[in-house]
Design a protein around this ligand. Structure first.
Ligand SMILES: NC(=O)c1ccc[n+]([C@@H]2O[C@H](COP(=O)([O-])OP(=O)(O)OC[C@H]3O[C@@H](n4cnc5c(N)ncnc54)[C@H](O)[C@@H]3O)[C@@H](O)[C@H]2O)c1
Length: 359
């Protein structure tokens, strides 16, 4: 099978987990145990068919270095679970735009290297799919890279909560260019969002009314440090809240549903802790409350989903399908163009992978 040529934007913890994961699962075959991966083979593409051909960042310790070294450079602090061999891909300097927030100004020192011709590099390296891992709040930077992807003829996987696939005009532009778009805001493997959605569905299907709920999240990585800046996390909070509320018949107000990133605890490093509480009313108008805590390694928890999203985008390229992929977006992302239950989104994604018309 042909390789899938991928360009990465933002070489932080998530990119680190993704790059390590490709090496980690490359040799896996058939019945090998592959925790964290939903499809070892997806539509004929093995995990190891993903190849990184270009990478962009702005940080001094990352720009100019091989991707394999850059993923280990501070302030990245996720778990190292695989030794990554040199990739031959040098991280290039992207334009900063609004990529550095207030709390990271002293942490992320900008590279003094000249800004790259990003679309030119994408073309020259034969990149087919751009994966965006920019920080939360990078509204201008996210749109700029989506524009470069269009200019270079690349599909786009938008892992961050800046609304691109959700925006009808962006969807139309990708469709007209025959380029696939999967977004927005990656939904982790078994993360806070999908656990909360499944519980909300359980309440709904079993006839228990949800009266109020919260989801409090905190971790010790730069993603959480950046999100201390409340102005930057408006779209993240909206994305996380809507992902859960979309599963209810009776919508809750923002006062009744408090869902979002909550704090930064440095010693957790790339671990994330999440507390969910749902208060409902059941038979006889009696109260029914549910409470749980989830502990995960934050960045590796979404890498397996991105690996599937990349391969779905590649299948779309192979089949000449452009624009938003509705089923895969609903399964892989918190803020897709159209929400379904996770069961239906999964069925649509599997139908898409099999090449059936309806997806
Ligand atoms: N499970 C998860 O970790 C998860 C889930 C959903 C969404 N996300 C989102 O994925 C994104 C990345 O998360 P992360 O943990 O890797 O963050 P991170 O802070 O570790 O990495 C962000 C990287 O982007 C770089 N950057 C900043 N501005 C840039 C620019 N203009 N051009 C190129 N690079 C730039 C930074 O230097 C840094 O290396 C965040 O928006 C996060 O909210 C993560």
């Amino acid at each position: 099978m042909a390789k899938i040529r991928v360009a990465l934007v933002g070489i932080g913890n998530c990119a680190s987990s993704l790059v390590q994961g490709i090496d980690f699962y490359r040799g896996a075959r058939g019945d090998d145990p592959v925790p964290g991966i939903m499809h070892l083979d997806l539509g004929g593409y093995h995990v190891g068919d993903i190849e990184f051909v270009a990478a962009f960042d702005i940080a001094k310790g990352k720009v100019g270095r091989d991707l394999a070294e850059a993923i280990a450079a501070p302030p990245n602090n996720t778990e190292r679970f695989a030794a990554v061999r040199p990739t031959g891909v040098e991280v290039r300097r992207g334009p900063t735009h609004d990529g550095i927030g207030h709390y990271l100004r002293k942490v992320v020192i900008e590279s003094s290297q000249p800004v790259d011709d990003v679309a030119g590099t994408l073309r020259r390296t034969g990149a087919e799919i751009v994966v965006s891992y920019l920080p939360v709040g990078s509204e201008a930077a996210a749109r700029w890279y989506a524009e470069e992807a269009l200019r270079a003829g690349c599909g786009y996987v938008n892992c961050i909560p800046v609304f691109i696939a959700k925006d009808v005009q962006w969807r139309e532009r990708f469709r007209k260019c025959g380029l696939p778009l999967i977004g927005d805001d990656i939904k982790s493997q078994v993360g806070a969002t999908i656990v909360h959605r499944v519980l909300a569905n359980l309440f709904r299907e079993r006839g228990v009314r949800v009266d109020r709920t919260y989801q409090l999240n905190f971790g010790g990585n730069t993603d959480f440090q950046n999100m201390l800046e409340r102005e930057r996390l408006q779209s993240k909070k909206r994305s996380k809240t809507d992902a859960v509320l979309s599963q209810l018949d009776e919508p809750l107000s923002d006062d009744e549903a408090h869902i979002g990133p909550s704090d930064y605890v440095p010693w957790l490093t790339d671990r994330k802790w999440c507390y969910i509480r749902i208060e409902g009313t059941t038979f006889g108008n009696l109260p029914l409350n549910c409470e749980l805590k989830l502990e995960v390694w934050d960045s590796p928890n979404s890498a397996g989903v991105v690996i599937d999203a990349i391969r779905c985008a590649k299948l779309a390229l192979d089949r000449g399908i452009g624009g938003a992929l509705l089923g895969p977006a609903a399964y892989f992302m918190k803020s897709p163009p159209q929400q379904f239950t996770d069961y239906e989104a999964r069925a649509r994604t599997e139908a898409f992978i099999r090449g059936e018309a309806e997806f």
